[in-house]
Design a protein around this ligand. Structure first.
Ligand code: SAH
Length: 202
């Protein structure tokens, strides 16, 4: 998976590659389709949600430029696979999931089975971020809103990076990377993607 799907497509950060090799992706995939865990595609989890394709997980992670000291916010825990990768590369991960059933399942795999101690979970609408633990050095969003929720910009540290899929419709999304600087927010559009929409609470 790592060599063919990730490395050969240009992901070079040795730490990202090594973490992808170590994390058992099958533990995050529903039992009935576990033999597909290392294929080159997104897979369904519960409630019409998905675990992202390995290459997308790798590319998004690489763009955060994690060194190990960061406090990281993730919106859209989903299966918890991306959460585990962030937890290996950053100091702490604060992850928010809106569907309670998915949050519970991810918590069981990450805390009880894989014994992570640097992941903190919250169930609710992640478009509000997690103000009690802000600011964050890095923010990763794994569901697509039409625009960046303002709370997420506010909770990003100066110099921090945010990777987020943006778009009004599933076939019109772009993966975007924002850096907060003294002079404002810099945006880079990376490539087209297809994510589930960010669900807004009322
Ligand atoms: N990183 C996950 C991706 C899961 S798909 C993985 O690879 O497994 C996106 C996830 O975002 C879903 O679990 C969905 O329920 C969640 N989500 C959607 N809207 C949300 C919101 N407003 N706040 C938090 N999570 C949200």
């Amino acid at each position: 998976m790592v060599e063919k799907q990730v490395q050969e497509r240009g992901i070079q950060d040795p730490k990202v590659l090594s973490v992808l090799r170590c994390i058992p992706r099958h533990r995050f995939v529903p039992e009935g389709i576990r033999e597909e865990s290392y294929r080159d595609k997104a897979l369904p989890i519960e409630d019409s949600q998905t675990i992202s394709q390995p290459f997308i997980v790798a590319a998004m992670t690489e763009h955060l430029h994690l060194k190990g000291h960061e406090r990281c916010l993730e919106i859209g825990t989903g299966s918890g696979y991306q959460t585990a990768i962030l937890a290996e590369l950053a100091l702490e991960v604060y992850t928010v999931e809106t569907i309670p059933k998915l949050a519970e399942k991810a918590k069981d795999v990450l805390l009880n089975q894989l014994k992570y101690r640097n992941i903190f979970f919250r169930t609710g609408d992640g478009s509000h971020g997690w103000p009690e633990h802000a600011p964050f050095d890095a923010i990763m969003v794994t569901a697509a809103p039409p625009h960046v929720p303002p709370a997420l910009f506010n909770q990003l540290k100066m110099g921090g990076r945010m990777v987020i899929p943006l778009g009004p419709a599933p076939d019109k999304q772009e993966l975007s990377c924002f850096t907060k600087t003294n002079t404002g927010i810099e945006k880079r559009v990376l490539f087209p993607v297809r994510f589930v929409p960010l669900i807004r609470s009322r």
